[in-house]
Design a protein. Structure first.
Ligand SMILES: Cc1cc2nc3c(=O)[nH]c(=O)nc-3n(C[C@H](O)[C@H](O)[C@H](O)COP(=O)(O)OP(=O)(O)OC[C@H]3O[C@@H](n4cnc5c(N)ncnc54)[C@H](O)[C@@H]3O)c2cc1C
Ligand SMILES: Cc1cc2nc3c(=O)[nH]c(=O)nc-3n(C[C@H](O)[C@H](O)[C@H](O)COP(=O)(O)OP(=O)(O)OC[C@H]3O[C@@H](n4cnc5c(N)ncnc54)[C@H](O)[C@@H]3O)c2cc1C
Ligand SMILES: Cc1cc2nc3c(=O)[nH]c(=O)nc-3n(C[C@H](O)[C@H](O)[C@H](O)COP(=O)(O)O)c2cc1C
Ligand SMILES: Cc1cc2nc3c(=O)[nH]c(=O)nc-3n(C[C@H](O)[C@H](O)[C@H](O)COP(=O)(O)O)c2cc1C
Ligand code: FES
Ligand code: FES
Lengths: 305, 324, 324, 305
């Protein structure tokens, strides 16, 4: 299935490869936590937080949301950051300084405190029994796969990883993943590390052996990986990154057109119904539009063409 | 601080031990706290459960509901702005059926009060919604979101025309459960908010909710096009607080007997206090919830403490105090 | 950084070496930069001399002048608000005589262009001011501040009534130097800014300045009374930028041929770019000057760089680009 | 003259003791400067700044204005802080954590940079030849007198200082002033340091020997000191602290009713026509009102009663 086809009908006729990701086991908490480690890694900064109540609740694929800018901040909205690892009371995140909020986060020092809500969102569902898992991370998206890789290996699944980025300094968590996974392939757009090209170069080679695919990274990458997996008949789960005002499910800003279990497409919240979605359930090509077959589009005056 | 988590934001923590009587009313409906959620900023309350004791807050003001399910607008639906944000959700929701079968029973089972926001594009829609909400368990009353385009008047927003606004309110008042107070929610985007307030209160509104968002726009410097899928959007958050307070002040000054549910940029107890002093007998906390999911409970506690420190023994005493 | 001062904010530093043609016009008047001061936010320019090359900016838009000297209101005259401020200065000034004998000659001697803001409480006041400014050296044109109470209409603000606003503008246009473009400065506190814009442009306005402040209020939690001596005040700064941009967008959409001087919360070149893309052919930097006295020059430089990076060769090309 | 009388008329009939403070010799600059010292002193924090271009321009009585809150700040307005000392390229200020902006300032650390404009405002005018000077500081207002005391002593004037505060921990710069002045008297409201009572206790005793009085501190203190000096026929200069939006003279928010050289009262900007005013020129009792005899009050509809 390509994303531009009509998944609503297809879902009903042929069915999808994935089930919607189930809710997390435990509810989030809000805490003031201390930064206990800060490590610049190439283009990113890794922050380590003493956050036992979040760590004990977190599952791979979930994220946290930080208040940014301090007491005098003009930035009202929290910033969502994927959890990289959560163990022994410690949560690790990798932050890229994109705009003012994430830049502020990267400037935090050991001993500073942060107001954080988490863990948020739905975790990656487990793989089919015995399946070989292919994990694909783009840029800092690879960080979000570290905890997943650990869990999969602990459960006895073979794990292949593909980490890609624009350039070597935008790769992330490669050392950690090498220590965990069976194989790690690296691609960069400019060839400054690993093979030159997009992650799909490596993904296409590894897909035939995979029983499930997990991906985290920019939307175009998720789309390419999900499409490739679906074309091979392999279930895929993608962790999307959509602009979020609340992160907890109350504002409806973060929606994507997602095909539900009944085959109908709804605008679903990526914070609470995602960020992990079945790769064949995200209508990538329709993101940013209002397709007529989304539930309730008729009430917006959009009619079947 | 040691390297452990502190529990600075726990909405479940005991309310501050103050003697201030925090009970207030929404029209005829008594509520134990003057602090409510704001429509569209806490969905139907469920997601706040981990952070707030929903039975202790004044009420959950629910996301505006329409008759039919609505997809809402295409994304992007938000843009952060200095001390605020723009949204163009487009009233996404499952419609009145979903509300009646899913959301309201969930709230009622837990003893959570709901104040139901209704919206429509024709006067009859509003009346039908009010009708369907008669006698529904747990429903305290109705907030009428008239900041919607009126399809029968080339899309002019009801709230921007005293006559259209009154038509909606009188139809709702006639159709609604007599036990349900009807609050009209006003838009600040008018030349004379007092005249709209007077018109809807003459038309039977039991109270006024003020304010809805201000119409705004942001252009993305990269794409060089408006950020929002809906082009314009509603501005909310602390940025608009002075405008909201001015509206509450003006209307309370002109119509001191009309109850006001105040909102717009409330983030702390002292912000809420300003609204109460200006004339609001209850307040809604909207966008601040996105920053702090426990904001509604925290604002209650901070407001109670602030009232106590100032020698008030009840919130009622402080309502409109700044005019005296 | 070493323990020495850096010169990060020097308004006198060379303009960035860009090929972008920054010339624009205010009506018929050519100016070398699209970035101006905002009325009331840079007095008459003098105090900015240590920070900005006044001859290089578009023009100094002077503090609104009335016929007679005015004390202005009692203090407090300001309240800081989230990403903004309220002011209630009350148009303090020495009147038209002071302007003509003190301020305008000082500016003219130095070759600084002035765009003179005039204000009054009767239509005749405005006309008399325009008359007295005919042929004054250095004066480029007039900005008509109609956000003043109309004494002949129970104090309703001229800008809130298309008819009253048009009366002022046509009287000014008739009395003013024909070489002086007349810009009407609009208030955002109206239900339909496009109708006011259309009315004043039909009445002869050569351009529109948008927006003036929004009416706001802040209550002091200690005194429990409004902070400002004038009770309400005008809200300005980045907090209002989305509202200002929406007004510029709507009016440019409806009246694409009417030149717009855009303002409201501009702090950076990218903010100014948003106004230009929305339809402003020039911009005023107001409250941001209080934060950064060299803001007007800095915004010019940043805007020039931003236009260049986006492949524009002139500011004129970018005007209204977001509508295309 | 008491402040509640009609100074406009009195000025014409009897004249005033002070001339308006003249402008500063040099214009201000705007610079990014580094914090090179930070010292908590009781209730205050003293910050030392490497700011040679400001230091070389500064005269006693002037102030600087800091941008506060950093890149993500919702606080748009600068905070005015009196210059305590300015020598050898270094400017010292003493900050009291009152609200969010000043609190942020007190949290700056060595190595941080600050965006500062200064020196601003008019300095204290010099004393009559050979006059004994009485300097009166309330709370952190005493800090603003340190540079003045140094200059006066260097010029050969005997200097008496009175420093007062609510309590011992709110006194300021007393050690520095003891090292400079001929005498230093201390008063506190609660008696926790020096004599219990208001500064006027000590001022009344020292006034008979004084040829000029300089004061900096809260408005009620300035009023009491100015009134006492005027009653003794001694010229006084007060540095006022009025809420300022711009600090550079362009906004008109910071005005006070001040009697001019022509005896008429105008709303004068405390940032550029002050903060130093002749003590007998400030109509203290009328602050916050609009007296009918202020120039231009008639245009506001205020008529002579
Ligand atoms: C589920 C999730 C997980 C994420 N994980 C990470 C991570 O591990 N590491 C990391 O560096 N970043 C991550 N991001 C992206 C991060 O949230 C944004 O880069 C950040 O919010 C940008 O804020 P800003 O103030 O720096 O930029 P600005 O562009 O100024 O932000 C303005 C507004 O847009 C939103 N926004 C801007 N860019 C993004 C984006 N890419 N995604 C979502 N919202 C955006 C901001 O949250 C803010 O509300 C994640 C986002 C989501 C939704
Ligand atoms: C000429 C001058 C010299 C000063 N010198 C010093 C000094 O040496 N040390 C020191 O600690 N403080 C000094 N102040 C006072 C200092 O500027 C205020 O305490 C500070 O601005 C308060 O800001 P905030 O954000 O902490 O408080 P907030 O109350 O949140 O401030 C809100 C707004 O009100 C203004 N404001 C509040 N209090 C005052 C005040 N007392 N005076 C003027 N504006 C105020 C602020 O500037 C801001 O714009 C001086 C003020 C002036 C005008
Ligand atoms: C994301 C979002 C959605 C909203 N949805 C609604 C709505 O459905 N109905 C309504 O009456 N108001 C809605 N509002 C307006 C708020 O209820 C409130 O009036 C406004 O945001 C001002 O308050 P605040 O500044 O505290 O958010 C919405 C606001 C936001 C930010
Ligand atoms: C202190 C202050 C004084 C102002 N005085 C005037 C005035 O005299 N005439 C006028 O037309 N606008 C006046 N304005 C409005 C500004 O010119 C401008 O329209 C408004 O502040 C929005 O722009 P900004 O956000 O960049 O300040 C004043 C604004 C401020 C903050
Ligand atoms: S971010 Fe608010 S609902 Fe998802
Ligand atoms: S603070 Fe702006 S004029 Fe004095």
């Amino acid at each position: 299935m390509t994303a531009s086809s009509h998944p609503a009908e297809m879902a009903i006729s042929v069915g999808l490869l994935t089930a919607p990701a189930p809710r997390a086991a435990r509810a989030p908490v809000q805490r003031t936590v201390e930064v206990i480690g800060r490590r610049p890694v190439d283009a990113y900064v890794e922050l380590t937080l003493a956050a036992p109540e979040i760590a004990e609740r977190a599952q791979p694929g979930q994220f946290v949301a930080f208040a940014v800018g301090g007491d005098t901040s003009a930035l009202l909205l929290r910033r969502a950051i994927a959890i990289s690892t959560a163990e022994d009371g410690v949560v690790t995140v990798v932050v890229s300084a994109a705009g003012p909020g994430s830049t502020w986060l990267t400037e935090r020092q050991v001993g500073d405190t942060l107001d954080v809500v988490g863990p948020l969102g739905r975790p990656f569902p487990g793989p089919p029994a015995g399946a070989r898992a292919l994990l694909v991370g783009g840029g800092y998206g690879a960080a979000a796969l570290v905890g997943l890789a650990v869990r999969l290996r602990a459960e006895g699944h073979p794990v292949d990883v593909v980490a890609g980025a624009a350039a070597a300094d935008r790769l992330c968590s490669v050392q950690e993943l090498i220590g965990i996974a069976d194989t790690v392939a690296v691609t960069t757009d400019d060839g400054s590390s690993g093979r030159q090209g997009l992650v799909t170069l490596a993904v296409d080679e590894l897909l035939p052996d995979a029983g499930v695919v997990y991906a985290c990274g920019p939307m175009p990458m998720l789309r390419a990986v999900a499409d490739a997996a679906t074309a091979h008949g392999i279930p895929s789960y993608v962790a999307v990154e959509e602009s979020m005002a609340c992160g907890i499910g109350v504002c409806m800003t973060c929606v994507l057109p997602i095909v539900g279990e009944d085959g109908r497409t709804r605008f679903s919240r990526s914070c609470t119904e995602g960020p992990v979605f079945g790769g064949d359930r995200v209508r990538f090509a329709d993101v940013g539009t209002l397709p007529w077959d989304v539930v309730g589009a008729d009430a917006m005056g959009v009619v079947q063409p | 601080m040691t390297a452990t988590e502190t529990r600075g934001h726990d909405g479940h923590s005991g309310r501050s031990d103050t003697a201030v009587d925090m009970r207030t009313t929404l029209g005829s409906a008594e509520i134990p706290s003057p602090v409510l959620t704001a429509s569209g900023c806490s969905a139907f309350g469920r997601e706040l459960e981990p952070f707030v004791d929903l039975t202790a807050i004044g009420a959950v003001v629910t996301k505006s509901v329409q008759l039919r399910p609505r997809s809402g607008r295409s994304t992007p639906r938000m843009a952060e702005t200095p001390s605020g944000m723009l949204n163009s959700i487009g009233l996404q929701g499952t419609g009145i059926d979903g509300l009646l079968t899913e959301e309201l029973p969930w709230l009622a089972e837990r003893g959570v009060r709901s104040f139901v926001s209704i919206a429509g594009t024709r006067v009859e829609d509003f009346a039908e919604l009010a009708e369907r909400l008669r006698g529904v368990p747990g429903v305290l009353g109705l907030e009428v979101n008239i900041s919607c385009p009126n399809v029968e008047s080339r899309g002019e927003v009801f709230a921007c025309d005293p006559v259209a606004a009154s038509d909606v309110v009188s139809a709702v008042r006639a159709a609604a459960d007599p036990a349900h107070p009807v609050y009209a929610k006003l838009s600040p985007d008018v030349t004379d908010i007092v005249s709209v307030a007077r018109a809807v209160s003459d038309a039977g509104a039991d109270g006024l909710s003020m304010i809805n968002t201000l119409l705004g726009l942001v252009i993305d410097p990269d794409t060089m096009r408006p950020v929002l899928g809906g082009v314009t959007g509603g501005l909310s958050g602390p940025a608009i607080r002075p405008v909201a307070l001015r509206c509450v002040w003006q209307v309370h000054q002109a119509l001191p007997d009309v109850p006001i549910l105040g909102m717009g940029g409330i983030r702390t107890g002292l912000d809420a206090l300003q609204f109460v002093l200006a004339g609001a007998s209850a307040v809604s906390v909207g966008t601040a919830v996105f920053n702090d999911p426990s904001a509604v409970a925290r604002v209650h506690d901070e407001l109670a403490a602030a009232l106590g420190e100032r020698g008030f023994t009840s919130v009622a005493e402080a309502v409109g105090y700044a005019h005296r």
